[in-house]
Design a protein around this ligand. Sequence first.
Ligand SMILES: NC(=O)c1ccc[n+]([C@@H]2O[C@H](COP(=O)([O-])OP(=O)(O)OC[C@H]3O[C@@H](n4cnc5c(N)ncnc54)[C@H](OP(=O)(O)O)[C@@H]3O)[C@@H](O)[C@H]2O)c1
Length: 304
Amino acid sequence: MSTVTPHWTTASLPDLTGKTIIVTGANSGIGLEAARAFAAHGAHVVFAVRDEKRGTDAAATVTGSTEVRLLDLADLESVRRFAADWSGDIHVLVNNAGVLVPPFGHTRDGFELQFGINHLGHFALTNLLLPHITGRVVTVASGAHRSGTIDFDDLNWATRRYGGGSGAYEQSKLANLLFTLELQRRLEASGSPVIATAAHPGMAATNLMSSSENPVMTAIAKVAVRLFAQDAASGALPTLFAATEPVPGASYAGPGSRREMAGPPVLVGRSDAALDPRTAARLWTASEELTAVLYPAAELKGTS
Ligand SMILES: NC(=O)c1ccc[n+]([C@@H]2O[C@H](COP(=O)([O-])OP(=O)(O)OC[C@H]3O[C@@H](n4cnc5c(N)ncnc54)[C@H](OP(=O)(O)O)[C@@H]3O)[C@@H](O)[C@H]2O)c1
């Protein structure tokens, strides 16, 4: 673990005037606070949200240049529409939206909800938007990736016991980091100036537990949040750091204190599983097959 900039705050953000930044799930929690900080520093921030009213209400609380566009990551048709409607450069894409331990269910395309929304939706979105991206792709993972494993025989939990869903969340968050690793490898191989980074917020008080309908897990989470969580604005700092600091590709930022639960952002470590290039490549191929979206090697900006 290395500390790049101690006591990094939103005041450390550069001037982002003229930059367009897309934040998925920008209507709530970490996404909203990241959007607020980007806009306060001059960026034009696109709130990519699944509910227009929630997006518009949230954007109304932000000072600066914002725009709301519909994106349901649980529906590949919506993802394709969002990308097809896009024109112009994207400086940063922040893959932030996520669900945590919802009751077992499927996206419109038949993927288990957490794998489908947290990983596959963002996988498809990123590859479809890559021809427009000039700067970075930042993906919000979680410390929960450390307990995750990728089961290539049952990515969508058709045969495994779903239980409360924490295993599926952990798999999806490990997938976020493997996605970042393989995306960075591909960008480098393509000679692209774009980099892929990742971040995690530690534990932050947001609406994340609202997807759970398990009263026991919700009660435990409430107590843990009351005891240990930082506020959503602090939880957004690693995302802001990963989006703007001069860090190497595939860097992973998280809070630097209290066992990565809170504190100013620094570069942090990750599990060995999250650094395995063979699993990352295999997951990429599986994700291409499931979504029918491919890495757009021939269409990248800044490559010859
Ligand atoms: N809070 C933490 O302690 C913590 C810890 C580790 C990692 N994370 C990660 O941080 C990220 C942000 O979560 P948060 O804590 O800020 O929770 P949050 O307040 O619940 O925000 C999640 C956002 O994702 C959106 N979303 C969910 N499903 C979507 C879909 N199908 N299409 C588009 N957007 C969708 C939600 O939209 P709606 O409002 O419409 O539901 C909401 O805007 C997640 O990736 C999460 O895994 C959070």
